[in-house]
Design a protein around this ligand. Structure first.
Ligand code: AIR
Length: 341
């Protein structure tokens, strides 16, 4: 069977992290290939396996590396396919690897997941493939329910087992709460301008509209339809939820926020479709890339560099190009800088 995903490790010493990806892909029954090649020690090997893999039909690459983790960026140099990057904690708590992966220049995004979060990389890859493969999409939904059920069960297993004189264990009835698909796909009142858009962009506050405009400028170049909504999940939770639910045809969500990662975290809780996160700097110069990228297992956010709205759009184009080769040429022109923006 031709694998759809290729996992590349910067070193054999990254194998324990790669096991997390393989556990998820085995569970989802998605064929994959695993290779070891270093961006610095064996650059030619990286080029060869990525080029050959792309020609053979690999749809998504996952690059796993620590230290100066240039592997995912090197993979991106040789393929039009989306590349997911997993920073590994070898030194500096993995922050060196995280910044090496996430802070890519335009137009070469890496869909970065949290440090050591190879499980989320595999889920994200499945979400990308699920956009054109219904079976995979259904499996992702089932997997998400398992993660949710685990939370529900822990009330039974952990909280109920606590023996303290003042704890009221039976105060609420949550024991048999169903995690159903309806909870994710419920009907909502219409609150968008273009409900048929392929990409839905949610901006946490007006100040971040500048970054959103960078996204839409590139999406327009790629002829990808989009809809933008400024809505904060904390200040206007109902509006936020209704918007995500009403964008039923959106294949990809892009969340843009400074000050809080509630936007991307909120979207990912409401949909099984891929979510791209753009962390922005706020007026004090603080950025929130860690709170966007460091998602727990089961709920990945494909995070791009700080304020890098353009890379979020290119990543969306790469994801959609898996099933639409027409985009590949336009993306290549962007990469060759033949289109001046
Ligand atoms: N690495 C390998 N080539 C370039 C980089 N950045 C990374 C590997 C591994 C770390 O360096 O991905 O996480 C240490 O590699 P090793 O082989 O010395 O154990």
């Amino acid at each position: 069977m031709t694998p759809k995903i290729m996992i590349i490790l910067g070193s054999g010493s990254d194998i324990a992290i790669a096991e997390k990806s393989m556990d998820i892909l085995d569970k989802l029954e998605i064929p994959y290939s695993l290779k070891i090649a270093s961006a610095h020690r064996t650059p030619n090997l990286v080029r060869e396996i990525v080029k050959q893999g792309t020609d053979a039909g690999i749809e998504v690459f996952i690059g796993i590396a620590g230290l100066a983790a240039h592997l995912p960026g090197s993979i991106a140099a040789y393929t039009p396919r989306p590349v997911i990057g997993v920073p590994v904690d070898v030194k500096s708590a993995g922050m060196d690897a995280l910044d090496s992966i996430i802070q890519m220049p335009y137009p070469s995004p890496i869909a970065t997941v949290g440090i050591d979060r190879a499980d989320n990389a595999a889920i994200l890859a499945a979400q990308f493939i699920g956009l054109h493969d219904d079976e995979v999409h259904k499996k992702v939904i089932e997997l998400r329910k398992e993660y949710a059920q685990k939370v529900i069960n822990s009330n039974e297993e952990i909280v109920q087992a606590i023996d303290r004189p003042f704890i009221e264990n039976d105060f609420l009835r949550i024991k048999n709460l169903e995690i159903s698909k309806a909870e994710i796909d419920e009907d909502a009142e219409e609150c968008c301008k273009n409900k048929d858009a392929e990409v839905a962009i949610i901006v946490g506050r007006q100040t971040d509209m500048g970054t959103a405009k960078k996204v839409t400028a590139i999406l327009d170049r790629l002829k990808i339809t989009h809809d933008t909504k400024v809505v904060c999940p904390i200040r206007s939770n109902k509006k936020f939820t209704n918007y995500v639910k009403s964008m039923k045809k959106a294949k990809i969500f892009i969340g843009i926020s400074s000050n809080s990662s509630q936007v991307t975290g909120g979207i990912v809780g409401l949909t099984a479709r891929p979510v791209i996160g753009v962390p922005c700097t706020n007026e004090n110069g603080d950025d929130y890339r860690l709170t966007v990228v460091s998602m727990p297992p089961g709920v990945p956010v494909a995070t791009v560099g700080i304020n890098n709205g353009k890379n979020a759009a290119v990543l969306a184009g790469e994801i959609l190009s898996i099933d639409n080769p027409g985009f590949v040429q336009v993306l290549e022109k962007l990469k060759d800088k033949k289109i001046t923006l």
